[in-house]
Design a protein around this ligand. Structure first.
Ligand code: G1P
Ligand code: ZN
Length: 543
């Protein structure tokens, strides 16, 4: 075994986005592409002798990439790598391992909810010591290294066998192949009342269905729900992870998890349904014939946290991304705790959690989690809901409706225009920016514009500023339209439009969401001329 140095030239397109570097598999398969990025990570850190965690969501190219990264880690002087069995770690499990082992950081291989397979996407991201995504100053440093890289180091050696647990040597580096599921399962058991959930799941009345969409949570969900908590075999569907996710789009929403939606809205529907995404950090919660909007889910979790073992001492605060509905804000107000509004992307929650300013965080994009790790956590949210149901003995629908009754309902929807031409998408946002001054005070039917601006965030912990984080148009009655461009797509641009209105009157809370938001949807078109700039008649995905 010897370390070799390979000459290379920069790729100019390795700028990490909201969730790391995410590109088509074919892009990653170009000679030196992965290696350049990995070397750029190592060159921006002091990793000599340190411990790193390594794993991915099992999508196509995961296996090859893990072997390459191990050999490069060894050549770059990393002391020890903890790698999931078969190279598998869900994103929350990777975050859990980094924290539990006081690792220096971790490399997570995933393109989250993007499709996989030879023609799908792949991704790589670096997480820091707290278990969370690297902040911008680190990802910027990595990007700068990718622009000047001239060589990388790699150990010439045979592949490591990752099929069973054990300790190995790779050059001077220790490799520990870990159980991918167990440490994460133990963390969940420390937070939730497994006894109460077991009673619920084995009592014979309550039925649940968990759709892992052939992605990484399959083995986690089977171990936790079926083996540990006694749910019937078959409770977890699509539970075998596949390299191409069975050709599906591993995103737990009403469109891409349609199979589960059909089950929960069909005859003989179970009482509870849930799905998670490619790398296990997102979740969708459904009741019998009932969809729980993720913004409401965050609010319900916060309002009921005192019923759950790990949170019964109270919450330090809550945080939500700016486009997430303001539902949780009112719960925070009642609880007398702070509520922070951050830009989109999980990395902005890290400082708030580390500084104990927030305990629970969430995004409208099917992401919720707490200070137990530094990533969002799909199965955590599922267990949280099961724990609430077990304690309250009510249905999902009743729990949400009683929450609306107490706090009012935020009608909320996101309209996505996926894979539109980047030029038009940029123009759409820029022409909105040019209208800011003239919009304020303008009236559209019952709605009068109160403010129009670009969201900017100053981190209350380190003072860093993130600006241009989305265009907001707020109305005098508290309704809101937000426009932003996705930072995670790999083809063209995705325009996201977030619509929100507030209804305190419980006799008017049963309206269909799109119906309730109809006026705002028309106003969004009138102000932004979405059809003209996207060349589309309708959104690709409506949530
Ligand atoms: C999307 C979501 C965002 C989430 C991110 C990673 O980013 O909107 O909330 O943190 O995926 O899962 P976007 O594509 O909007 O930049
Ligand atoms: Zn994800």
């Amino acid at each position: 075994m010897s370390i070799i140095t390979v000459s290379t030239t920069p790729f100019k397109d390795q700028k990490p986005g909201t969730s790391g570097l995410r590109k088509a598999v074919k892009t990653f398969q170009q000679p030196h592409y992965l290696e350049n990025f990995v070397q750029s990570i190592f060159d921006s850190l002091d990793i000599k002798g340190k411990t790193l965690v390594l794993g991915g969501d099992g999508r196509y190219y995961n296996r090859q990439a893990i072997q390459t990264i191990l050999k490069m880690a060894s050549a770059n002087g990393v002391g020890r790598v903890l790698v999931g069995c078969e190279g598998i770690l869900s994103t929350p499990a990777a975050s859990c391992l980094i924290r539990a082992n006081n690792a220096y950081g971790g490399i997570i291989l995933s393109a989250s909810h993007n499709p996989g397979g030879v023609d799908g996407d792949f991704g790589i991201k670096y997480n820091i010591t707290n278990g969370g995504p690297a902040p911008e100053k680190i990802t910027e440093g990595i990007f700068e290294n990718t622009l000047t890289i001239e060589q990388y180091s790699i150990l010439e050696s045979a592949d490591i066998n990752l099929s069973s647990q054990g300790s190995f040597k790779l050059g001077d580096m220790d490799v520990e192949v870990m159980d991918s599921v167990k440490p994460y399962g133990e963390l969940m058991e420390s937070l939730f009342d497994f006894e109460a959930i077991r009673k619920l799941l084995t009592g014979g009345q309550f039925k649940m269905c968990m759709d892992s969409l052939h992605a990484v949570t399959g083995p986690y969900a089977k171990a936790i729900f079926e083996q540990k908590l006694g749910a019937k075999e078959g409770t977890v569907i699509n539970g075998v992870p596949l390299e191409d996710f069975g050709g599906g789009h591993p995103d737990p929403n009403l469109v891409y998890a349609k199979g589960l939606v059909d089950i929960l809205f069909g005859d003989n529907a179970p009482d509870f349904g849930a799905a998670s995404d490619g790398d296990g950090d997102r979740n969708m919660i459904l009741g019998k014939h009932f969809f729980v909007n993720p913004s409401d889910s965050l609010a319900v979790i916060t309002a009921n946290a005192h019923l759950v073992k790990g949170y019964k001492e109270g919450l330090a605060g809550v945080a939500r991304s700016m486009p997430t509905s303001a539902a949780v804000d009112r719960v925070a107000e009642t609880l007398g705790i702070d509520c922070y509004e951050t830009p989109t992307g999980w990395k902005f929650f890290g400082n708030l959690l580390d500084a104990e300013k927030a305990t629970i965080c969430g995004e409208e994009s099917f992401g919720t989690s707490s200070n137990h790790i530094r990533e969002k956590d799909g199965l955590w949210a599922v267990l949280f809901w099961l724990n609430i149901i077990a304690v309250r003995g009510e249905s999902v629908e009743d729990i949400v409706k009683s929450y609306w009754k107490t706090y009012g309902r935020n009608f909320y929807s996101r309209h996505d225009y996926e894979e539109v031409a980047s030029e038009g998408a940029n123009e759409l946002v820029n022409q909105l920016r040019n209208q800011f001054d003239s919009l304020v005070g303008k009236t559209y039917g019952n709605y009068t514009v109160k403010y129009a601006d670009d969201f900017s965030y100053t981190d209350p912990v380190d003072g860093s500023i993130a600006d241009k984080q989305g265009v907001r148009i707020g109305f005098t009655d508290g309704s809101r339209i937000v426009f932003r461009l996705s930072g995670t797509g790999t083809k063209g641009a995705t325009v996201r439009i977030y619509l929100e209105s507030y209804e305190p009157d419980s006799s008017k809370q049963d309206l269909d969401t799109q119906e309730a938001l109809k006026d705002l949807i028309n106003i969004a078109e009138e102000i932004a001329q979405i059809k003209k700039y996207t060349h589309r008649d309708a959104p690709t995905v409506i949530t």
